[in-house]
Design a protein around this ligand. Sequence first.
Ligand SMILES: *Cc1c(COP(=O)(O)O)cnc(C)c1O
Length: 490
Amino acid sequence: MQFIETRGNDGVRPERVGFSDAILHPAASFGGLYAPESLPDMSIDFLSEYLPSDYKTLAFALLKAFEIDIDEELLHAALERYERFDDPNDPAPVVQVEDDAYVCELYHGPTRAFKDMALQPFGKILSSLAQARGERYLIMAATSGDTGPATLETFKNEAPIKVACLYPAGGTSDVQRLQMVTEDAPNLKVIGIRGNFDDAQSALKELLASDTFREALDEIGLRLSAANSVNFGRIIFQIVYHVHAYLELVRKGEITLGEEIYIVIPSGNFGNALGAYYAKKAGLPIRKILIASNANNVLTEWIEEGRYDLRGRRLIQTESPAMDILKSSNVERVLFDKFGPERTRELMERLNTEGHYELTPEESRAIREDFAATYATDAEGEREIARYAEKGYLIDPHTATCFKAYRELRDEPLKTVIHSTAEWTKFSPTVARALGIEAEGDREALEAVSRRMGVPIPKVIAELFHKPVVHDTVVDKEAIMEEMLRFLRG
Ligand SMILES: *Cc1c(COP(=O)(O)O)cnc(C)c1O
């Protein structure tokens, strides 16, 4: 299967590329992204064939169905990364929380957030491809807390890849910061920036735009790649668990094969939702994908009103920081899939220059055939955390935004899968507050919630507070280049 560009081709890049080129060099013409030229058929025949399969077998079949240019041995090696999850045979357990609602827990990987589901196998593929081509790559990430740890974890000790991670000092939870600054491997660098997430992100952008920096990379022999969800290599692994969750409901006897369900997704950059969209398009019986946001509700407006409007909006810091996003990258792949490259380029350029675009009523209807959306405030989220804690089930503030969508957006009483993107342990101060527990900092909050609920703190989280800090660099924005070059030349 080949990949084509969401904003059309500039006549310089090839018109279509294979999977390996699309993931090593994810930047497409005119600032666009790569998207699959077609999708495999994953309707009833595929589903019934893989109904008895475990997660890895299903994932392997799905990757094969995409006919990507990665040999089987490497695909198997990539899927072996699920050995690092709590239960390698069931990396994404599905549990019932209401008569008709189930949570698919996507956070049982090494960094306790759903990013591991894709970044773990993706990291193996990217580093093996680089190795095979005799190339070295630099991956840079500005993180508000979940992407950073998951990116460091997947590439640690993978020599052909260097990872530099910028985080806002004081802007992440203790657990998230410790997950980064205790990550010890020669190919990893973590730098704290005095400022907030926006400052970290703009420092990264300035660096990428700097000729001095680019020339230095050339000199060192490093190419740039990306590990965020603009990279299709992440999206492909995010299709698998939507199919898996559906088959789990069939296996549990909750639905019959072919019966439609709703899926609810707490969304930021829309990668998770895009995986569900591709699954639906490939034939998975999904009635609609329900998109949950926090107070940064651009996606709600886009889906419900056909308007993507950044004018007058400022990023609001919420209790679900991984969803504090205004420019949601993967919306572009949906535009491309529905309206083609010319229209996508026009809309994306308007968004960049004028800060907004409006879909036609027909276009807007086409979006609402697949999606519905709403958002939850922090206070609403905390109420959901408290409500489920009372039933003995802990959810994190991102997952909490989903329950309002579940209650309000369904037109029919179909079975519903809610995708849970983080373990409560990553956001314990918010969870403690929701439960009316007073606690200072992550460590106290973790222990207090654990005691109250009788739920253990996983070893990988508890250990963080005792591991030595190996990355203690915190600098002003202006000093980033120098820090980076010292690391890359070292
Ligand atoms: C990254 C993340 C999200 C948002 O996922 P997208 O694919 O970017 O929409 C939601 N919740 C958590 C906990 C995350 O880490």
